[in-house]
Design a protein around this ligand. Structure first.
Ligand code: Q9C
Ligand code: ZN
Length: 347
């Protein structure tokens, strides 16, 4: 059975110059070539049609994000340029709202610190159009799922799973997976999210913390060892109506396929037991041994295996691209996931 891919070349407008870590400024690993190499490999593998995203109203984003936060994203760079005229560079905060006042401050640098969670996520003039386009890729993809396509890939860039109601960070501005999930739920679907990005999907978890639908299941590195540090333990299981609907499977740094596959099977058992209408896979490829910012040790062949395991769920499945920074392998990893998935599915 073929799959459908949704893409938008508007991701290209978001090209950060650098990110701060390790006491220095480094070229951004979250770069446009990520999406273009994945697209090129999908075209080459010929797995199904590739369509352009539709335009969606901002109301589809307000199901997930604060309108004031959306307004901030739209004007942040113009405000930054007004403060730093000339060659302004990318907008980055230097101080953060650890305790939030009821209102963001007036000055742009205060507003950046109010809405940001890290110094790795630069904002430039093209950030808003790219972030909006990524959300529109996810929305268009979920529409195709609603219309009966069994396997759909939202080739989103920038990624989304670290973005919450009114915070950006971890290279994420709008939570593409959450926006698609809200649209599916609004159409009556019971959704399960399986987040296989190396990093914990703290934004997605926060957005659905008190909700019974969706079920949020995540495999990621132990947050005591790596980003995002402040969430992702097994003890976090949701609250109120959402108690038990968050299921974290943290894994030690250095985890390879054997251990990973056992956790993946546990995750899929939790998901298939819940009998969702739709599975949304937050697909991060930064679990690879050659990823420049991560420590897991998945090898080339393992992405085919990963796809094959995911096929244990036999219903409509929406894949949303998250992280993955090994540029020379990223396209192969993504196509291998789909080759493994499609060859093990009955529909
Ligand atoms: N030493 C996603 O994969 N910190 N985001 C990087 C590098 C931020 C990753 C520090 C990592 C964010 C979507
Ligand atoms: Zn990641």
């Amino acid at each position: 059975m073929p799959m459908l891919t949704v893409y938008s070349d508007a991701h290209n407008h978001h090209q950060g110059r650098g990110e701060l870590f390790g006491g220095g400024f480094h070229p951004c690993v979250e770069r446009p070539e990520r999406a273009t190499t994945v697209l090129a490999h999908l075209q080459e593998a010929d797995l199904g049609p590739i369509v352009t995203a539709d335009r969606w109203p901002l109301s589809a984003l307000y199901r997930v994000h604060d309108p004031a936060y959306i307004a901030f994203l739209q004007t942040a760079y113009a405000d930054w340029q007004r403060k730093y005229p000339g060659d302004s560079g990318d907008a980055l905060p230097y101080t953060f709202a650890l305790e939030r006042a009821s209102q963001p401050p007036r000055d742009i640098e205060g507003r950046l610190g109010y809405y940001a969670s890290d110094v790795s996520t630069p904002i430039m003039g093209g950030t808003w159009p790219s972030a909006r386009a990524a959300a529109e890729v996810a929305l268009t993809a979920q529409q195709h799922v609603q219309e009966g396509v069994q396997t759909v890939f939202a080739l989103c860039r920038p990624p989304g799973h670290h973005a919450s109601h009114d915070r950006y960070g971890g290279y994420c501005f709008l939570n593409n997976a959450a926006i698609a999930t809200r649209a599916l739920i609004a159409a009556g679907a019971k959704v399960a999210i399986l987040d296989v990005d190396y990093h914990h999907g703290n934004g997605t978890q926060a957005l659905f913390w008190t909700d019974a639908n969706p079920l949020f299941v995540s495999l990621h590195v132990d947050p005591t060892a790596d980003f995002p540090y402040f969430s992702g333990t097994a003890a976090e299981r949701g609250a109120e109506a959402g108690e038990g609907a968050t299921y974290n499977l943290p894994l030690l740094p250095g985890t390879g396929w054997a251990r990973y596959a056992r956790a993946l099977d546990e995750a899929l058992t939790v998901i298939t037991d819940a009998v969702p209408d739709v599975l949304l896979v937050s697909l991060g490829l930064d679990t690879a041994a050659n990823d420049p910012i991560a420590t897991f040790r998945l090898r080339d062949d393992d992405y085919h295996h990963l796809g094959a395991h995911l096929a244990r769920f036999d219903g409509p499945t929406l894949f949303v691209l998250e992280g993955g920074y090994a540029l020379s392998s990223l396209g192969t990893y993504v196509t291998d996931v789909f080759l493994g998935f499609l060859s093990n599915r009955s529909r």
